[in-house]
Design a protein around this ligand. Sequence first.
Ligand code: ATP
Ligand code: MG
Length: 265
Amino acid sequence: MSTVLSGVLPGIPSGTSPGAQPSARAAPAVFVLEQAAVRFGLGTRTLQALCDVNLQIDAGERVALIGANGCGKSTLLRLLHGLVQPSNGRVQFDAQLVQAMVFQRPFLLRTTAQNNVALGLWLRGSAWAPAKRLALEALGRFGLAEQALRPARKLSGGQQQRVALARAWALQPRVLLLDEPTSSLDPHAKSEVEALIQHIAAHDPAMTLVFASHNLGQVKRLASRVVYLEQGRVLADLPVQEFFAVGALALRYPQAHAFVKGEPV
Ligand SMILES: Nc1ncnc2c1ncn2[C@@H]1O[C@H](COP(=O)(O)OP(=O)(O)OP(=O)(O)O)[C@@H](O)[C@H]1O
Ligand SMILES: [Mg+2]
């Protein structure tokens, strides 16, 4: 039977999960996954999207999820955000921490950009007038002040992605989950949005960031730790410097090395 425990993670000493890194962990655990699995479908038509995932993510970590299409990155993010349940294993997270997630395809409502952002705040208990003010500020932060009153769904793909990011940022999350946050942006917007993510992370060291990306340069710039997935399993989990260290990856994790080199895996 699957078990999802949510709550204040009492009594989970840092660094004790099966997948924990040997490095000293000073920050509290934000997520602990033990033998977590996600299966989609029923009966004989099932698909194992995640399998035996052991992972501990601590406050303030910047974790990049990488791997080929279909390896389970989005499913893992959705599992962390509580949008899918584990079919096996255990997922623990601190339900008191505000989480926000930006999806691979921005999900925007049929109203203005400003209302989209304000609605996120209103749903979390803010009154409407301050929510609208904060929404405008958040849109300005993401270079969209002039688009605030335009219907969100009429904006370009990149602008829509930035509205989704502004909506997440406005919530002042303690845990930010980003699914390929810049994949639909042009090169200029890509580096602008990446710089904003970097800025947000730098000014809020306690915020935990987990993001999926196919952009290895971006992973190097934003992540402190890299989790490499293959067919739903975590095959490598290393600090970013070790992951990209010349030679080391090839010796320890040849499949992850092949992926980084762009070879078939
Ligand atoms: N809701 C769903 N129902 C059935 N199968 C699903 C569902 N969501 C994901 N899958 C399957 O689970 C596997 C993992 O998908 P997932 O979207 O997590 O991969 P990904 O690593 O994010 O891929 P990409 O790089 O293309 O975004 C895939 O085989 C996918 O088809
Ligand atoms: Mg995905």
